[in-house]
Design a protein around this ligand. Structure first.
Ligand code: AMP
Ligand code: MG
Length: 405
C-alpha cells in the first residue's frame, strides 16, 4: 500500500480542471435533423427574406384600408368580392377601391390591398358576391410584411449558439438543410480490474459485472459527447499502458478503478509512463481516489475515476460533467435544487466535502446513502445534499438543499 500523501480540496480540483480544459476545435456539417443540442461553429446569415412575400396573418378579406374607414357593425361597408386566395397561390387580380379578396392565413397579399379584415369582423351578403365589413382597418393591419421575421442579410445564428429547437427552426425558415457545428468530443471509456466482467456472460469466481463503463457512458452521451467504450483492462502496468495507448486518439480518456493506493492500483504508474499527473486524491466523500492527468504529446485530458460505482458516478456528476460540457462548448449544466427538512440526522467525515444521497418522500429528505460500492446509493436516490468539509453533523429537521439528479 502507498497511502495518499495529500489530497486537494474540491475547489482546488475544480480550478485545475477549469484551467486544463481546451474546448473542442474540430467542426463538421450536421443535418438539421441531427442538430438538436449541438453547438454552432459559424455565424449563419440569411440569404433571403422571411416571409418571402407580404402575407395575410389572418383568415379574412384583403382590402384597401381607406375603404373601411367608416365601417361599423351598425353601418357596415359593402365591398365586392373579386377573388379567393388560398396559401401557395398568387392572385392575378388587383384589389381596387370598393373591392376585396377572400384570403387565408399565410396566403400572399394581392396587389392593391394594404390591410386584412379578419373573418370574424365580416359577413357574406346573401348573394355571396358582396362582403359586409364591420370594423375599420388601418394600413398594414393583419399583414406580415416581406422580411418581417428575418430580412436577407440578418444573422440568424451566431457561432457558439446552442442549437435549440427554435434555432433549428430559424435555420429551416431560411432554407438550410445543414449547419456547421463543433464536433462532439470523443470520449474513451475503460474499466480496469481483473475482477471486472462484461455483462451478458456468466461470472467467474470473484468476478463482478462492469457497472462504471455504462454509468460513465450514459453521462458522456447526456452531456454532448460521444462515448467510445473499450474492453476492461487487467491490473498490470503493461496492460494499463496498452489501454492508454489504445485510447490515444480520443479527445478525453476516462478510466475507472485502480486509482486508489492499493498494490494493484496501478493507474498512477501507467500515467507516470505516458503523461503528467495534475492531481490525485480529492477531499470529497465519496470519490477521494480520483486522478486527473494529461496524456501523451497531445496532452489529452485523462480522468482516473474510483472503481466503487457510487464514487465513480458521484464524481462524474460533480467533476466530469462540467469538464465535458466545457470541452463540448455547451453552457454549464444547472441542476434543479429544492429545499426540504432532513428526515434523519447525518454525520459526516470532517475535512472531506461530502455528497450525501437522499430520497424525497412527502417533502422530506431521507438519507439514501448505503456505501460507496453500492450503486443503489444513487439509483434509489432523487438527489444529494452537500456537507462542507468543516461540518460534521446535519441535524434531523434542519432545512437542506437537495440537488436533483
Ligand atoms: P478499485 O478502485 O479498483 O480499487 O475498485 C474499488 C471497488 O470497485 C472494488 O470493489 C471493485 O471491484 C469495484 N469496481 C471497480 N471497477 C468496477 C466496475 N467497472 N464496475 C463495478 N465495480 C467496479
Ligand atoms: Mg481495481
Amino acid at each position: 500500500m502507498r497511502p495518499f500523501t495529500s489530497t486537494i480540496s474540491l475547489e482546488e480540483a475544480r480550478r485545475r480542471l477549469d484551467a486544463a480544459v481546451r474546448p473542442i476545435a474540430r467542426t463538421e456539417r450536421v443535418r438539421l435533423e441531427d442538430a438538436a443540442g449541438r453547438v454552432a461553429a459559424a455565424d449563419v446569415t440569411s440569404p433571403t427574406d422571411v416571409p418571402p412575400f407580404a402575407r395575410s396573418a389572418m383568415d379574412g378579406y384583403a382590402v384597401i384600408a381607406a375603404d373601411t374607414a367608416n365601417a361599423m357593425r351598425s353601418t357596415p361597408t359593402r365591398l365586392r368580392l373579386v377573388d379567393r386566395i388560398y396559401t401557395g397561390q398568387v392572385s392575378s387580380v388587383t384589389v381596387e377601391r370598393g373591392t376585396c379578396a377572400e384570403i387565408a392565413t399565410g396566403a400572399p397579399l394581392p396587389a392593391g390591398a394594404d390591410a386584412v379584415v379578419m373573418v370574424e369582423d365580416t359577413a357574406t351578403s346573401s348573394r355571396g358576391h358582396e362582403i359586409e365589413i364591420f370594423a375599420a382597418a388601418t394600413a398594414g393591419h393583419h399583414i406580415g410584411r416581406r422580411g418581417e421575421d428575418i430580412a436577407a442579410g440578418d444573422r440568424v445564428i451566431a457561432s457558439g449558439d446552442l442549437l435549440s429547437p427554435s434555432r433549428i427552426g430559424a435555420l429551416a425558415a431560411i432554407g438550410r438543410t445543414d449547419v456547421e457545428a463543433f464536433a462532439k468530443p470523443r470520449v474513451a471509456i475503460l474499466s480496469t480490474g481483473n475482477e471486472v466482467a462484461e455483462p451478458g456472460g456468466s461470472l467467474g469466481p470473484g468476478q463482478i459485472f462492469d457497472v462504471n463503463r455504462f454509468t460513465l457512458g450514459a453521462i458522456v452521451s447526456a452531456h454532448g459527447a460521444s462515448a467510445e467504450p473499450h474492453r476492461a483492462a487487467q491490473d498490470t502496468i503493461a496492460a494499463l499502458v496498452d489501454a492508454l495507448d489504445a485510447c490515444a486518439t480520443a479527445d478525453l480518456i476516462v478510466f475507472s478503478g485502480g486509482s486508489s493506493v492499493g498494490e494493484r492500483d496501478l493507474v498512477v504508474d501507467a500515467i507516470a509512463a505516458r503523461g503528467e499527473m495534475i492531481f490525485h486524491g480529492i477531499a470529497v466523500r465519496p470519490g477521494k481516489p480520483t486522478a486527473f492527468a494529461t496524456i501523451g504529446s497531445m496532452g489529452t485530458p485523462f480522468f482516473g475515476m474510483p472503481g466503487n460505482p457510487t464514487s465513480c458516478l458521484s464524481n462524474a456528476y460533480i467533476l466530469l460533467v462540467p469538464f465535458l460540457r466545457a470541452l463540448a462548448r455547451l453552457p454549464p449544466h444547472a441542476p434543479r435544487t429544492v429545499r426540504a427538512p432532513l428526515g434523519r440526522r447525518i454525520t459526516s467525515a470532517v475535512n472531506r466535502h461530502q455528497f450525501y444521497t437522499v430520497r424525497l418522500r412527502d417533502g422530506v429528505a431521507l438519507p439514501a446513502f448505503k456505501g460507496s460500492g453500492d450503486i443503489t446509493s444513487l439509483s434509489q436516490a432523487d438527489g444529494y445534499i452537500e456537507i462542507p468539509a468543516d461540518q460534521s453533523v446535519v441535524e434531523e429537521g434542519s432545512s437542506v438543499t437537495v440537488t436533483l439528479f
